[in-house]
Design a protein around this ligand. Sequence first.
Ligand code: FES
Length: 119
Amino acid sequence: MLYRICDSYEIAEGHMTVFELNKKDILVGRKNSKLFACNNSCPHRGASLSKGQLEGENIVCYMHGYEYNIFDGSLVTMKSWKKESSWVEQSPEWRKSGQLILYRIFENERGVFIEVPKP
Ligand code: FES
């Protein structure tokens, strides 16, 4: 389903906000003048990505520092596993992460729209 979520000016450059659509929390933002929309739940262990930070075209999860590209959803780095990290080693299975779940988003003269599958 296609949803109009707001006016374009409400999503400022470098900012993010969460919308609830079809019982999903969707993180929406704008970076380098492009809109992005992804599941607000981190693919690693489900932390809220809205508490993370944008770094370039990536979002860094506040929980363990995993970094995902906001436009293609790929896992870019797992900062917490770098050698200089003081993070305690856990099982290799625990480290695994999928990719960000992305949603189609666009804007026109009528506002910003997201396509979200039915629940
Ligand atoms: S829950 Fe996001 S990096 Fe672990």
